[in-house]
Design a binder for this molecule. Structure first.
Ligand SMILES: C[S@@+](CC[C@H](N)C(=O)[O-])C[C@H]1O[C@@H](n2cnc3c(N)ncnc32)[C@H](O)[C@@H]1O
Length: 268
């Protein structure tokens, strides 16, 4: 398992490469094995995902996702692409807000997660990679991604794709969990997410797959590049108004906008 990282280290290799975290060799060996490892991890953990999510969020996840989407301006009739939709927890809240006149498409690379998401009425599903979206240009009012930023190969490549599929003026919303500041809070978060939640998961019927999924979840959080790098990557990918709102030092919401084209100045 990768060693604990000093508080102020940001992982220089991943800063240069555009990866959201350095190679976690203890999990998958080399960088090119990461995507297959992540897919298998979520395929195996899919049946347990919703239950674990309710457990570690004290059942607050649905309300939090809905408030975040509304706060970012999602309205009835909007078209949403939910990247890394998993079992569809963000997509489900988006569907409630956009109602029947809107559209929600969920995209994920894990067949196991998509099989669970397929039970959600009204949700259109696509299998694909966040880094190479098989989606046409400028078709969505909002692109969302919940708790999956840490799993893309290259932040800038992924963000460039998100911008491409948004209409001009459209909004990107990224929900994330970050390692909280301060040694004690970080230790508590680690204990909770990488030990207690997997234990509770096992006690409530989860197996080794759920355990691994949660422990990997924490490792990627702890090794993720900092907020400033994510904001800089958004700006480098052509997004405007990139910002991050943080709650409890732990929950981060990044929002950014695909700028409207500048209108050509009229002559006198
Ligand atoms: C922690 S789950 C998040 C699910 C959901 N968005 C939520 O809010 O609960 C992460 C999801 O990201 C998916 N994923 C990881 N890497 C991906 C990639 N490169 N492209 C598409 N989906 C990816 C996984 O299959 C998994 O379903």
């Amino acid at each position: 398992m990768p060693a604990e990282r000093p508080e102020d280290e940001t992982g220089p290799a991943s800063l240069l490469s555009g990866a959201p975290h350095p190679v976690l060799a203890g999990w998958y060996g080399k960088a090119d094995a990461r995507a297959g490892f992540v897919r298998r991890l979520f395929d195996a953990g899919a049946p347990d995902y919703d239950r674990l999510n309710r457990l570690f969020s004290f059942n607050s996840g649905a309300g939090y996702r809905a408030r975040t989407l509304r706060g970012a301006g999602l309205r009835p009739g909007d078209r949403v692409l939910d990247v890394a939709t998993g079992t569809g927890l963000v997509a489900r809240e988006a569907l409630r807000i956009v109602q029947s006149q809107g559209l929600v498409v969920g995209l994920d690379l894990s067949a196991g997660m998509l099989a669970v998401a397929a039970g959600r009425e009204g949700l259109a599903l696509v299998m694909g990679d966040a880094g190479q979206l098989p989606i046409c240009d400028a078709g969505f009012d909002m692109v969302t991604m919940g708790y999956a930023l840490r799993h893309v190969a290259d932040l800038r490549a992924a963000f460039a794709g998100f911008r491409r599929v948004l209409r001009p003026g459209g909004t990107l919303v990224l929900m994330e969990i970050a390692s909280p500041p301060g040694r004690i809070r970080r230790r508590l978060a680690r204990l909770y997410l990488s030990r207690l939640v997997p234990l509770l998961g096992r006690l409530t019927g989860g197996g080794a797959a759920a355990d691994r999924m949660m422990r990997y979840y924490w490792d990627t959080i702890e090794h993720c590049v900092p907020e400033a790098v994510i904001l800089a990557s958004l700006a480098a990918s052509g997004f405007a108004e990139a910002r991050c709102d943080t709650q409890f030092g732990l929950l981060k919401t990044y929002t950014a906008r695909r700028a409207l084209p500048v209108r050509a100045a009229r002559g006198p």
